[in-house]
Design a binder for this molecule. Structure first.
Ligand code: NDP
Length: 369
């Protein structure tokens, strides 16, 4: 079997190249280029010394044994290790790449380099992960939503939310929303979505994630009080908060028009889940809409904190990391408010673009680039 592997290094003005690795059949150079380009500005918004990059492969991890996954991760690292390193490029996970895959890749990195350094983030706690990295993207998105709601005197309590996806970001967004008193109406995958009028409980989410961990789809799980529907939830489910956490372009114009009729806010957990035209629909309807480069920056932010802990050879407590994550998300919200203020409210998309670009361009100017 042949697969193509990529590592795209975009901009290192602010620090080492940094961005996830994606293993999915849909991966191609174009997708990784837009993800890597966006990553530059997302990483700048965190305020940490991180450049921007991205990578991955069209390898399909679904239905593979641990041994097959390990073989692929090792082969991938045999090629990639020439280009990465603690002060060069520090990859992390993304779709299809979690703690298991990062562990196998780090194993081969150590074999090849004889160096025990944090050349990747998202590692298992036994090999110096930062606490909270696994949940950081989802938690960060919810902290960002909390800051957005505060602008209009609202809270997450009772907010009825559509969440898409049932992977890492969707799981931790849903769990955090439930813990904050919000009502999570849906989770989804490529086959369709589960809808529960009374809201998914933590026990329901446990069952759904355990089911997905067996590589099964949502059309084959029974959750009490929930129904499964083929397709996407956006036009069918009326809610206050919409959290697309699956993949790019999952919301088109027709979906955005339906969302704009009811939404209090739209918060991207995934990267660029709205088409450009769908973004314009929400903008014209003055719906507060957080782009992924702002609202899902919690993942890379905690990766940056993991790099700091690895460099100091000293782990921080979970509470310490979570407190720093909250501070970073609040600061990103503040940057969006400063750069994106309009007479109708905060233009989060414009604000995040301007704030991120300003920091990168200022650094490039200092370097004479
Ligand atoms: P996972 O692989 O853990 O989960 C992806 C989820 O999205 C799965 O439930 C998958 O369904 C679903 N999905 C994928 N493609 C489609 C599709 N075409 N239609 C419907 N559902 C789909 O990935 P992550 O949760 O890690 O990543 C999700 C998004 O968040 C991506 O855009 C990623 O780039 C972004 N992101 C992730 C970060 C992280 O820390 N992991 C950080 C910042 C952004 P199925 O099971 O059927 O494949």
């Amino acid at each position: 079997e042949h697969n193509i592997g990529y590592r795209l290094q975009f901009n290192s003005a602010l620090g080492s190249y940094k961005g996830g690795l994606r293993f999915d059949v849909t991966v191609n150079e174009d997708i990784l280029k837009f993800l890597g380009f966006e990553q530059i500005f997302k990483n700048a918004l965190t305020g940490l010394p991180l450049g921007g990059g991205k990578g991955g492969s069209d390898f399909n991890p679904k239905g593979r044994s641990d041994s097959e996954i390990r073989s692929f991760c090792w082969v991938f690292m045999v090629e990639m290790y020439h280009y990465i390193g603690i002060e060069v490029d520090v990859p992390a996970g993304d779709m299809g790449v979690g703690g298991r895959e990062i562990g196998y890749m780090m194993g081969m990195y150590k074999e090849l380099t004889h160096r025990s350094e944090g050349a990747m983030t998202g590692k298992d706690p036994l090999i110096c992960e930062s606490f909270c990295r696994t949940a950081a993207t989802g938690h960060g998105a919810v902290y960002f939503a909390r800051a957005m709601l505060r602008e209009s005197g609202k809270t997450l309590a009772g907010l009825r939310c559509v969440v898409s996806g049932s992977g890492n970001v969707a799981e931790h967004t849903a769990r955090k929303l439930v813990s904050e008193g919000a009502v999570v109406l849906t989770l989804s995958d490529r086959t369709g979505y589960l809808y529960k009028e009374a809201g998914l409980t933590t026990g329901d989410i446990d069952a759904i994630i355990a089911h997905k961990d067996t590589d099964a789809n949502l059309d084959t799980i029974a959750i009490s009080g929930a129904t499964f529907t083929v397709g996407k939830p956006w036009q069918a489910v009326v809610a206050d908060g919409y959290f697309p956490c699956a993949t790019q372009n999952e919301i088109d114009v027709a979906d955005a028009k339906a969302i704009a009729k009811h939404a209090v806010l739209v918060v991207e957990g995934a990267n660029m889940p709205l088409s450009n035209e769908a973004v314009a629909v929400l903008h014209d309807a003055h719906i507060p809409h957080a782009p992924g480069k702002a609202s899902n920056a919690g993942g890379v932010a905690v990766s940056g904190l993991e790099m700091a802990q690895n460099a100091a050879h000293y782990p921080w407590s979970a509470d310490e990391v979570e407190a720093k994550l909250i501070a970073i998300m609040e600061n990103i919200h503040e940057l969006c408010r400063i750069e994106g203020g309009t007479d109708w409210g905060i233009d989060y998309v414009g604000g995040a673009n301007i704030a991120g670009a300003k920091r990168v361009l200022a650094a490039m100017k200092v370097l004479g680039w």
